[in-house]
Ligand binder design. Sequence first.
Ligand SMILES: [Mn+2]
Length: 222
Amino acid sequence: MHNSICWAAYAERHLKMASIRRRKEGNMVRSTTVSRKTKETDIRMILNLDGTGQADIHTGIGFLDHMLEGFCKHGFFDLKCRVDGDLQVDGHHTAEDAGIVLGQAIRDALGDKKGIRRYGFFLLPMDESLALCAVDLCGRPYLVFDCQFPAQKVGDLDTELVREFFYALSYSAGMNLHIRMLSGGNTHHMIEAVFKAFAKALDQACSFDERVNGVLSTKGIL
Ligand SMILES: [Mn+2]
């Protein structure tokens, strides 16, 4: 058992090194800044897909900050995020527009998608909860979101906004995104498992495979 854990850690390090080498060769920096201002929200994000998990997040909704911090930590993404939203109305525009901007940042940072794995998936357990996430960075938006949260609110986040966030993100990123709760109980755990599963699946989909020449598509474009 100990041996297999060592090998998994070695394989992950090797993968990271290969991806760092590849970025250096191609002189690619997979980071971007996105701003978006409407009458409902004013948002600015700086995203680095090849980061170390550093998060500096202020959305005005504490639980959403907590979720995005988990997303950064477990996907090794660096994200600076400021959202000034109309929380006097409710959290809807804040969560939805944060999804739009994060999706746009992911799409921008990915660039031409040359050399990446394109697909990623993860099964993430958190105590009694088990979340499945599968991602295809195919350029075509689609969301399947099959989670029923027992509580209507966690902290100051309306739990129905989790679907709104991922719907907006999948459309602006041009990403096929499947999120499914295989078992659950505590709503905080369930939502946290979703965000972490998404982070791990996205990290995998964004990572480089040295065997991929150009983009991984028979059509030649993603
Ligand atoms: Mn938590």
